[in-house]
Design a binder for this molecule. Structure first.
Ligand code: GN1
Ligand code: MG
Length: 365
């Protein structure tokens, strides 16, 4: 165990009224942005309890207090609607000063229960699980549909403004601070070809043809904790980016992650593509939960949302690669390049299966 981390976790723990003392911890590695620890507290000789301690990444979230205020707002709004039979939404404890975050050495931390018997998957084989994931994210959207948007801070401006994301990408290509652009010419060409298509949904939003809603904005499958045995969704987590956004992007981002035939960073591109069965099951679940509140235009652009958000993520990963990997955490050299290539391959496959994707949405709409 790293002494410094233990010391920091102890200091965090001391700022809360928690029932025991730190016994052990492990770091959770599936998030790319925040630092997450699973912490075991020893209560007495026979009892231990697990918690999640998380340090908010302040390179990504410039105003952590606003992030935490949003999360509180979401909790207060959804709490009365959640029953023990429905999927929960994560909340954080108040520290001794009554805040749902705490500051140690200038870093922002937060603490919550470890949801018992839960697991977060980076990859799923069984398409049936996709139905419940779709349902959980669809219902999340329903639950927040009557939360006035002005109650939330925009914590990352233009987070899913794909048009601006691509502008930023091409700007980085011209800056090329590390001289890496020469090795990714094919990839850059892909973004040149798709630049216009990628702006479609943002344009429709600007024209008022698509509505702005309170959305999750990071609907990766591993942001739903599942019951280890029944594989039912237990809790939606990672509310950091809940902000006004597009429903089609929430749908699409989930598809990007959970209906890939491979993991998000698969280096063997022959394994990467759209799993249409997974796509169908997720769509069925999502539509069942929230189709009543979707407009016709949203339904018509659902499948496009998946294609575009995949292109957007590809551009964000490649931008970070060109920029020296400052944003997404790496687990190996050229990790962001692998991620980008994987997403490009997936987007290409989606474009090939686009008509089928649209038919499936219509089937459940
Ligand atoms: C980041 O940290 P994590 O894994 O929850 C990113 C998402 C990306 C995702 C890609 C705030 O999420 O937008 O879709 O990586 N979060 C932020 O896996 O940028
Ligand atoms: Mg996230």
């Amino acid at each position: 165990m790293d002494i410094r981390t233990i010391q920091t976790l102890k200091e965090v723990s001391d700022q809360y009224i928690l029932p025991g003392s730190l016994k052990a911890f492990t770091q959770c590695v599936n998030g790319h942005v925040n630092d997450t620890y699973r912490v075991l507290l020893r209560i007495d000789n026979h009892t231990e309890k697990e918690y999640i301690f998380q340090r908010i990444n302040d390179y990504v979230f410039k105003e952590p207090i606003k992030v935490m205020r949003n999360i509180k707002e979401i909790s207060v709004h959804t709490r009365p609607k959640i029953t023990k039979d429905t999927c929960d939404i994560i909340t954080f404890f108040n520290n001794k000063a009554g805040n749902n975050y705490t500051i140690v050495d200038g870093d922002y931390w937060r603490v919550c229960y470890f949801v018992k018997n839960s697991v977060a998957f980076d990859f799923v084989e069984d398409s049936k699980i996709l139905y419940s994931a779709g349902y959980a994210f669809g219902r999340f959207q329903e639950l927040l549909s009557d939360l006035p948007m002005n109650r939330l801070f925009v914590t990352i401006p233009d987070f899913h403004n794909t048009k601006k994301r691509l502008d930023a990408f091409f700007e980085m290509v011209s800056l090329d601070p590390l001289g890496r652009a020469k090795d990714v010419k094919e990839e850059i060409k892909f973004f040149e070809e798709q630049r216009e298509l990628a702006s479609t949904l943002v344009d429709l939003l600007d024209k008022g043809e698509l509505p702005l809603r309170v959305t999750h904005n990071d609907t990766k499958y591993n942001n739903i904790l599942m019951d280890q045995d029944s594989l039912e969704p237990l809790c939606v987590i990672d509310l950091d980016t809940v902000m006004p956004g597009l429903a089609t992007y929430d749908f699409g981002d989930a598809i990007r992650f959970a209906a890939n035939t491979a993991v998000e960073d698969e280096p063997d591109l022959s394994k990467v593509g759209l799993n249409i069965e997974h796509y169908e099951e997720f769509t069925r679940g999502f539509m069942t939960a929230c189709q009543g509140s979707l407009t016709q235009k949203e339904v018509d652009t659902m499948a496009l949302g998946a294609v575009i958000i995949t292109i957007e993520l590809a551009s964000r990963f490649l931008l970070d690669h060109l920029n020296g990997d400052k944003y997404f955490r790496l687990h190996r050299p050229n990790h962001n390049l692998d991620r980008a290539r994987c997403q490009i391959k997936l987007a290409k496959d989606m474009l090939e299966q686009y008509d089928t994707m649209c038919e499936i949405v219509n089937k459940y709409a």
